[in-house]
Design a protein around this ligand. Sequence first.
Ligand SMILES: Cc1cc2nc3c(=O)[nH]c(=O)nc-3n(C[C@H](O)[C@H](O)[C@H](O)COP(=O)(O)O)c2cc1C
Length: 213
Amino acid sequence: MKKILTMFIAGTMFFGMTACGNNSTSSEITDEEEISVENNSSEEDMEETTEENITEEKTLVVYFSATGTTKDIAEKIAKITNADIYEIKAAQEYTSEDLNWHDDNSRTTHEQNDPTIRPEIGSDPVSLEGYSTIYIGHPIWWGEEPRIMDTFVESYNFDGITMIPFCTSGSSGIGNSGKNLEKNAGSGNWLDGHRFGSGATEEEIQSWIDGLQ
Ligand SMILES: Cc1cc2nc3c(=O)[nH]c(=O)nc-3n(C[C@H](O)[C@H](O)[C@H](O)COP(=O)(O)O)c2cc1C
């Protein structure tokens, strides 16, 4: 009886150890396999992300600026976001007389009083291929976007592109400018716009950009 009991205990221990050993081995292999799959998949993910970055994450800064204030902000945004930059230039450049808002008969007063006017663009057209985000900036003229901005947005298709309006002004907010551009563009995913004062710092611009994500 004692002999039988001893054999039973020894047998139980053997199978127990074997089972443990198998579990341990199988779990080690499984872990290794999982790690290796995870590693492989994360390498693939990284490759895909890198490809996506190359093909889908290009950013463009588009701006119009009559006296350089918006240009300064546009260049800072482009530097921070590592973006390409495109300047909307008027075919007929704005003179200081044109920009005189105290003159009821100046070119800009005339243009801003008529929302259907579309001043001609003089700069070469830009290809939007590959851009997923466009920052679009302008000065505020009579509380709104200069009409040449409407010429621009009506000339392009922004499907699949995130559009981020910004403006500069003496004191006015961005008002309806972003909404006007969105409506006239008729395409693109438009975010709320932001107004900057003259000489906004890179830190201020960076913090606005961080808040967009
Ligand atoms: C014709 C005209 C109209 C303007 N209207 C406004 C206005 O309504 N509110 C405001 O705060 N600033 C107004 N400004 C000031 C400009 O928005 C401001 O100086 C802007 O930063 C100029 O940008 P830019 O140098 O890129 O052209 C006006 C300027 C001009 C020339």
